[in-house]
Unconditional design. Structure first.
Length: 212
């Protein structure tokens, strides 16, 4: 029995080594959870801010005087930058911590490919959202960020855990639905960048990190 099992175990080990050489396997589930917490916190803070200004996330620019419009846009942009910094920073921390524990390299050819494939849709989406902002289509920005973020995850999934593909598809579907409910963009944004990240991160932690 041991002789029969040995070739199978050898094949499994070879397959694992090949997969690790072509995919970045050190994504931490806690990275998703931390990013989701940052997303939810930003959504609640943005809702509070817009309510204080007497606005909704789908407000139309011609209902505001230009001074107020510019101030609101700058403040929302600042909230977005801070959220991005905190989410990426916390996700990077947990991922680096996992690479140290597993003995993997955090920055190699595979992780570079992953980064490039994720950045291409993200940069495209960023320019597209800037165009929406330029034309005053603020209500379409939140759904568009979900769609392009989902495309980025889908594009990068071939260089990391397959499970990230499901998160990408979920973000795309959620963003497409949000396009038909423009007045609830912030709620969809909180669901996508907040709740879905936490659920995904928790599932990945349970599946890959719990025993580590």
């Amino acid at each position: 029995m041991n002789n029969e099992a040995s070739p199978i175990n050898d094949l499994k080990e070879i397959r694992s080594l090949m997969e690790r050489s072509s995919r970045f396997m050190s994504l931490s589930g806690l990275s998703g959870v931390s990013a989701g917490v940052c997303g939810l916190a930003a959504a609640f803070f943005t809702h509070w801010y817009l309510s204080r200004e007497g606005l909704r996330d789908d407000y139309v620019s011609n209902t505001l005087d230009k001074t107020m419009e510019y101030r609101v846009i700058i403040n929302l942009f600042f909230i977005g930058v801070v959220t991005l910094f905190l989410a990426v920073g916390s996700a990077t921390y947990f991922t680096l911590r996992k690479t140290v524990r597993t003995g993997d390299r955090a920055w190699d050819t595979t992780s570079k490919r992953l980064m490039v494939n994720i950045l291409m849709p993200l940069v495209t989406g960023g320019v597209y959202c800037m165009a929406l902002m330029y034309h005053g289509e603020y209500g379409l920005i939140a759904p568009s960020t979900l769609v392009f973020y989902g495309l980025a995850l889908l594009n990068g999934s071939k260089y990391t855990l397959n499970d990230i593909r499901y998160l990408g598809v979920s973000q795309i579907v959620l963003g497409l639905i949000a396009l038909f409910y423009v007045g609830y963009g912030l709620e969809f944004w909180a669901l996508g960048f907040g709740v879905l990240h936490i659920v995904y991160g928790g599932a990945m932690w349970y599946k890959y990190d719990r025993k580590g």
